[in-house]
Design a protein around this ligand. Structure first.
Ligand code: GLN
Length: 209
């Protein structure tokens, strides 16, 4: 089984470790360069992207992470992790940097205050269209969205046009999951809804899929 690290500087680390174990991967925390060098794949959890950005530099992980991404390390970024994987960012703080690797523009806190947290079911390419489990159960917590995606980026999920009651949705059509090569990003948290299929998809990417 592949060993998949969860960056454990800040954010919801335990939930990702549990989700990885539930789909048969071996999950380990990553805080040191030696640990980052040893993993077969890495999860960047949700949390606060400005804080994780600062801690990546303080813990001397940032340059190594960028190098490993360039070498093809599979990385899954959720929420703040998606912001870290984006090449460009809107509504970041003045000194906020990303790690980059995905040719996308991400808008932080895109869903606005009145709806800054919600759960919803989403169609997800490669998951809800290939198994019988139906749409993926997702949680959005002060989430970003992908505002622009380059030609190499495969869009996996968008906010639907109407909600389950048939009412129009303000964020209709916004991209909330995408893949570019070995990089996977979701605006939402699948690790807190008990639906581990996104982690299953990532484990299959780490295994060479
Ligand atoms: N709003 C947070 C940020 O900008 C992300 C929130 C999350 O990861 N749940 O980093």
């Amino acid at each position: 089984n592949p060993t998949i690290g969860v960056l454990a500087l800040q954010g919801d680390v335990r939930e990702h470790l549990a989700a990885l174990e539930s789909v048969g991967a071996h999950g380990v925390t990553v805080r040191r360069p030696g640990e980052l060098a040893a993993v077969d794949g890495l999860v960047l959890p949700g949390g606060e992207s400005t804080t994780i950005d600062k801690l990546l530099r303080i813990f001397e992980l940032r340059d190594l992470l960028q190098a490993r991404i360039k070498e093809g390390l599979p990385v899954y970024g959720s929420c703040a992790g998606m912001i870290l994987l984006a090449d460009r960012i809107l509504d970041g703080t003045a000194d906020q940097q990303t790690v980059g690797g995905m040719d996308v523009v991400v808008r932080r806190n895109a869903f606005g205050r009145q709806v800054d947290s919600f759960e919803t079911d989403l169609d997800f390419a490669g998951i809800s269209d290939v198994d019988d489990g139906g749409p993926v159960r997702t949680a959005f917590i002060r989430a970003p969205w992908i505002e622009e995606a380059g030609p190499e980026v495969e869009v996996l999920s968008r906010i639907p046009a109407v909600d389950t009651q048939g009412r129009p949705v303000a964020a209709a059509g916004r991209i909330v999951a995408a893949r570019q090569g070995s990089l996977l990003a979701t605006a939402f948290h699948p690790e807190i809804t008990g639906d581990a299929r996104v982690h299953g998809l990532f484990v299959s990417m780490v295994a060479g899929g």
